[in-house]
Design a protein around this ligand. Structure first.
Ligand SMILES: [Zn+2]
Length: 131
């Protein structure tokens, strides 16, 4: 949450060759995307899991469902930050962002047609990857 969550680090064209290599090796691909732009790029690249999806739109959720892509909410992390009070170690802006993300994610999830959701955080995903 320290960087601009709306920005994307890789385009679909940049991700696709890596996704193809991983699939050719018989593995699944998970990426971290907070913005709608990031989720859209990940879907075009052919990923299997998208972590966060904090600004998921109904159209993107439907596209994820159509493609059989799982959403990994990681809401427990943001919820944990959102429930804190600002202090020397936790800046107020960090908490405001977490509260916004949590509220938007719960709202988006409530109306989304998406049915393939992995609940848990980063630690849980690591466990799935190594399985
Ligand atoms: Zn992440």
């Amino acid at each position: 949450m320290g960087e601009d969550a709306g920005a994307i680090q890789l385009t679909a064209d940049e991700m696709a060759p890596a996704v193809e290599d991983v699939h050719n090796a018989g593995r699944k691909v998970s990426i971290h995307a907070e913005s709608a732009l990031g989720v859209a790029a990940a879907l075009r690249a052919g990923v299997d899991f998208v972590e966060h999806c904090n600004s998921l739109t109904p159209d993107l959720a439907a596209e994820m469902a159509r493609r059989g892509v799982y959403k990994v909410t990681t809401l427990s992390f943001f919820y944990g930050v959102a429930s804190q009070e600002p202090g020397p170690d936790v800046p107020a802006e960090y908490i405001r962002n977490a509260r916004r993300v949590t509220a938007e994610a719960f709202e988006a999830q409530a109306g989304a047609p998406h049915r393939r959701v992995v609940r848990g955080g980063h630690r849980r995903r690591r466990a799935l990857r190594s399985a």
